[in-house]
Design a protein around this ligand. Structure first.
Ligand SMILES: [Zn+2]
Length: 372
C-alpha cells in the first residue's frame, strides 16, 4: 500500500493537497464572490494567508533535474502552522504558485505561470496561449461537473494544476519521477498524477489534441475521490472527452472486433480488470482503452438511470462487479460475453490498488491521441 498521502482511496487522509480533500471547501469560497470575471487572467487573487515554500524546511528536492515538492512534509508543516479551514484553501494557493515558479526557474526560458479562478497553468509559448488553456480547463470543468452531477467532485483545497510542457523530453523527465526504475511502459499523451498534490501533465508536442487530453485528465481529477476500478475510470473519462469536445472518434468496426476477439482471454481479461493492461507496451493498451469504452457506453445505453449509482458504489477490489449486479442486475462477465462471446471473463474479488512501484496507482497513461 502506498503512503497515505498517495492513497486516493483512504478516506481517512487529512493531508491531500489538490485538491487537498477534507480541508475546507474551495467551491464555497469561489461562490462567495471573492473571484469575479474581472480578475480572470490578471493574477489579482485575494489571499487570506501568505505562506511560501521557502518557509518550509525540505519542501523541495531536485530529482531528474527538476524540483519536486515533498507534499507529506509540506502538509505536516501547513497542518502545524496554518489554522482554520477557511485559511487552508487560500494557504495552498501561494504554495502551488511557488511550486510552478520553482519549475520555471529551471526550465528553458519562455515558461510562465497563469491563473484563473479554478486553475493554475504552467505553459510556454502561444500555441495555444495560456489564456486559451485556462479557458479550456474552466469550460471542461463546468461541463464535467454538470454532466457527472452527484458523481464528480470538486472538493478540496488549492486550485487544479496543469503543466503543459512544450517538449516531449521535458514531459518525460517530469513524469519519470513517478515511474518505477525499471520496466517498459507505453508512451503517453497526458496524465493525471494522483500523488501528493494531484495534477495534470500534458506534452504540447501533440498540441492538436490538448482539449481532448485536458477533458480526459480533468475527469480523472474530479473522480479521484471514488475507488473506481481502472477500466470504469477510463470508460467514463473517454466518454466525457466526447461530451466536452462535442465530437467522437469512437467506432467498432469488423477489424476492431477481430482484434478484440484475438486478444482477450482469461489471462488478458484479468489484467484488464486489475488495470495492468492499460500500461501494456503492446496493443493491449489500445484495446484496453477501447474495451473500457465499449463496456461503459453499453452500460449507459442499457441502464441510463442506474449509472450514477453504479459509479458511486463500484470498487476496484472486484472491478465493480458486485456494484453492477446490485445496481443493474447484470455481471461484468455477462457484459463482456455480450461483446466477445462466451469465455472466462469474470473478474476476481481481490484486486488491490497498485502500490507506489506501479504508476497505475496514481497515473493514467492517456494514449497518444490518434484520430481514426
Ligand atoms: Zn485516463
Amino acid at each position: 500500500m502506498a503512503p497515505s498521502i498517495q492513497n486516493r482511496n483512504n478516506a481517512g487522509d487529512l493531508c491531500r493537497p489538490w485538491k487537498l480533500l477534507a480541508f475546507g471547501d474551495s467551491k464555497a469560497d469561489n461562490r462567495s464572490g471573492l473571484f469575479s470575471a474581472e480578475t480572470l487572467f490578471r493574477g489579482e487573487f485575494p489571499t487570506l494567508v501568505q505562506i511560501s515554500l521557502t518557509q518550509i524546511p525540505n519542501a523541495l528536492e531536485t530529482r531528474i533535474g527538476l524540483p519536486r515538492p515533498d507534499w507529506a512534509v509540506i502538509c505536516d508543516w501547513v497542518d502545524a502552522n496554518v489554522g482554520g479551514d477557511a485559511e487552508l484553501n487560500e494557504g495552498y494557493a501561494p504554495l502551488a504558485r511557488d511550486w510552478l515558479d520553482a519549475l520555471i526557474d529551471v526550465l528553458p526560458s519562455g515558461y510562465t505561470r497563469s491563473e484563473s479562478p479554478e486553475f493554475l497553468v504552467l505553459s510556454s509559448g502561444n500555441s495555444p496561449s495560456a489564456e486559451r488553456l485556462l479557458d479550456c480547463c474552466e469550460s471542461a470543468r463546468r461541463i464535467i461537473l454538470d454532466r457527472l452531477a452527484d458523481v464528480a467532485s470538486d472538493e478540496g483545497n488549492g486550485k487544479h494544476v496543469l503543466f503543459a510542457f512544450a517538449k516531449a523530453e521535458t514531459y518525460y523527465d517530469y513524469v519519470a519521477d513517478f515511474y518505477p526504475d525499471a520496466g517498459d511502459f507505453a508512451l503517453s499523451g497526458g496524465m493525471f498524477l494522483d500523488r501528493g498534490y494531484g495534477h495534470m501533465v500534458i506534452p504540447m508536442v501533440y498540441a492538436g489534441a490538448y482539449e481532448r487530453t485536458i477533458a480526459h485528465e480533468l475527469t480523472h481529477a474530479l473522480l479521484r475521490h471514488l475507488p473506481l476500478p481502472p477500466w470504469l475510470n477510463e470508460g467514463v473519462t473517454q466518454v466525457m472527452e466526447d461530451i466536452v469536445l462535442e465530437s467522437s472518434y469512437f467506432i467498432v468496426d469488423r477489424e476492431t472486433l477481430r482484434k478484440h476477439r484475438d486478444y482477450w482471454n482469461a489471462d488478458t481479461i484479468d489484467a484488464f480488470w486489475s488495470g495492468e493492461s492499460f500500461y501494456s507496451p503492446d496493443e493491449g493498451q489500445e484495446l484496453s482503452y477501447h474495451l473500457a469504452q465499449i463496456l461503459f457506453r453499453n452500460l449507459v445505453s442499457d441502464y441510463p438511470r442506474q449509472i450514477a449509482r453504479f459509479l458511486n458504489s463500484a470498487d476496484y477490489s472486484d472491478a465493480g462487479d458486485a456494484a453492477l449486479v446490485e445496481t443493474c442486475g447484470v455481471s461484468l462477465g455477462d457484459r463482456v460475453a455480450q461483446f466477445l462471446g462466451k469465455g472466462t471473463w469474470a473478474p476476481r474479488t481481490d484486486y488491490a490498488v497498485f502500490d507506489e512501484h506501479n504508476p497505475a496507482a496514481f497515473a493514467c497513461p492517456h494514449p497518444r491521441f490518434t484520430p481514426q
